[in-house]
Design a protein around this ligand. Structure first.
Ligand code: NAD
Ligand code: MN
Length: 481
């Protein structure tokens, strides 16, 4: 299908200052780390962006001590109203510096500016606004009247939504009166570095937010530190299981947001063109590097040819390329490792007998790229139907009856999200009840709101983020502080 061409419309990088190197943000100040500094790059070009400190176990200890001091001396004694003022201030500064945050996130992660500008940054700010509102109303949240914070919370986040995951973690923790030590992912530390600056700008008391950079070993130091009262983790199921094992037998609480392999179920009475938009948004948003991505498409058998034909036509109109260009729909894959994983799993799809199709669009020379890809003829036992690919790859399966749709949708070790497309309201309610998934979207997909709890069943983890349920994970009830 012919599409019209757009002139390049790149967002300016000039709004962002990236330092040559960053230290650790501990006790409200930048301090050098004692590990081996590492580079973060722009995955769309391979360009070196900055060098970031690696926090050792001693550095993590310093961060935990700073968080403890801030907790006992300042934050746990402050009224909810005053904590709320800081959170409102952070939210407003995030809005004021939205363009800077969006450009920086796009450069460090590779995701399109359209997404960082219209989704990541506004949704992150919304989380701070929402939780700012709770800070002075915790006793009315239905969580009990004698609730208190955990104390010092260790938070470890992935690279797919660096700023938004930071907001999901920090906003509720602070609203409930905890202090935090947060570690961003090693390929995307820069949004957290800018957020540390925002904390300074907001005059947040030193030590309430501490940010340490590093890879798995730094994360493990946080998990193992005896001064941590609770761990909040988002990332892979493998690491989530290791964390659960590490803290077993300790007093530490945990919430784990892990992987997913969501079914997006299309019934033959669904509005097909709308469903196609939802399918595309469900799996190609953020290059499919989304834990709740609709990566398994379940289509009622009598309409599968029509759906696949319309889907291919729509995918051919997606623009892949410079993430800073405002017309770009599909950006870069976050890292060489992730690209290798996507490549390996799609090759397994072909080897196991599924039929592969991709858009054939040209790929930029440098950086990490993968074309929007579709597999038909997929059976439930195929790896591409079982394993999380975390890339722009959709596996199409079929079903005949609602019962079969439910059985296939639930045939996964995961249970994070699902989608259903049908005109029948009663069927939506029935199926939502049958699906073993934390979030079920009906006639839409990938909708997020700070008021709405998000989280998994089974190997997708436990605990909820967002809403009153998410707040509950940051308080304990009974006893005195
Ligand atoms: P990961 O679990 O390896 O990394 C997530 C975070 O955990 C990073 O900050 C990392 O440094 C840290 N970490 C790694 N090892 C650790 C350890 N032993 N102890 C403590 N922290 C540790 O995930 P990844 O490599 O970034 O992504 C790989 C897979 O993770 C993806 O393919 C996908 O399955 C899953 N993932 C899920 C989500 C989600 O939102 N649920 C997000 C990103 C990735
Ligand atoms: Mn990077």
């Amino acid at each position: 299908m012919p599409t019209f061409e757009y002139a390049p419309a790149p967002e300016s990088r000039a709004v962002v200052t990236i330092e040559d190197s960053y230290g650790l943000f501990i006790g409200g100040e930048w301090t050098p780390g004692h590990g081996t500094p590492f580079a973060t790059i722009n995955p769309a070009t391979g360009e070196h962006l900055s060098t970031v400190a690696e926090a050792t176990t001693d550095d993590v200890d310093a961060a935990v001590r700073a968080a403890r001091t801030a907790y006992t001396r300042v934050w746990s004694r402050m009224s909810g109203t005053d904590r709320g003022k800081y959170l409102f201030r952070i939210a407003r500064i995030m809005q004021e510096r939205a363009r800077e945050l969006a450009v920086l996130e796009t450069i460090d992660n590779g995701k399109p500016i359209k997404e960082t500008r219209d989704f990541d940054v506004p949704t992150a700010a919304a989380h701070f606004f929402y939780h700012a509102g709770w800070a002075d109303k915790l006793e009315y949240a239905g969580l009990g009247s004698d609730i208190r914070p955990h104390g010092v919370v260790g938070q470890i986040i992935p690279w797919n939504f660096p700023l938004l995951m930071l907001a999901w973690k920090i906003a509720p923790a602070l609203a409930a009166g905890n202090t935090v030590v947060l570690k961003p992912a090693e390929t995307t530390p820069l949004a957290a570095m800018l957020f540390a600056e925002i904390c300074q700008q907001a005059d947040l008391p030193p030590g309430v937010v501490n940010i340490v950079t590093g890879a798995g070993a730094t994360g493990q130091s946080i998990v193992d530190h005896p001064g941590i009262d609770k761990i909040a983790f988002t990332g892979s199921t493998a690491v989530g299981k290791m964390i659960a094992r590490s803290i077993a037998g300790t007093e530490k609480k945990a919430t784990l947001e892990l992987g997913g392999k969501a079914a997006n179920i299309i019934f033959d009475d669904a509005p097909i063109d709308q469903a196609v938009e939802g399918i595309v948004g469900g799996i190609f948003f953020n290059q499919g590097q989304v834990c709740c991505a609709g990566s398994r498409l379940l289509v009622q058998e009598n309409i599968v040819d029509d759906v696949v034909r319309r889907l291919k036509r729509r995918l051919e109109t997606l623009r892949l390329g410079d993430p800073l260009d405002k017309n770009t729909d599909v950006g870069a894959i976050n890292s060489a490792e992730q690209l290798a994983r996507i490549t390996e799993l799609t090759e397994a799809g072909v080897a196991e007998g599924a039929e592969r199709w991709d858009t054939g669009c040209p790929l930029p020379k440098n950086g990490f790229w993968f074309r929007p890809t579709l597999f038909t003829g997929v059976s439930q036992s195929h790896r591409i139907a079982q394993e999380e690919i975390f890339g722009p790859v959709l596996s199409v399966l079929t079903f005949r009856t609602p019962g079969e749709a439910v059985a296939k949708a639930n045939n996964t070790p995961y249970g994070l999200s699902a989608g259903v497309w049908t005109e029948k309201g009663s069927r939506i309610l029935w199926i939502a009840d049958q699906l073993r998934a934390g979030v079920v979207w009906a006639n839409t997909f990938n909708q997020f709101d700070p008021t709405s709890p998000f989280g998994g069943y089974k190997e997708s983890g436990y605990g909820r983020e967002g809403g009153r349920q998410g707040l509950a994970a940051y308080v304990r009830s009974g006893g005195v502080a």
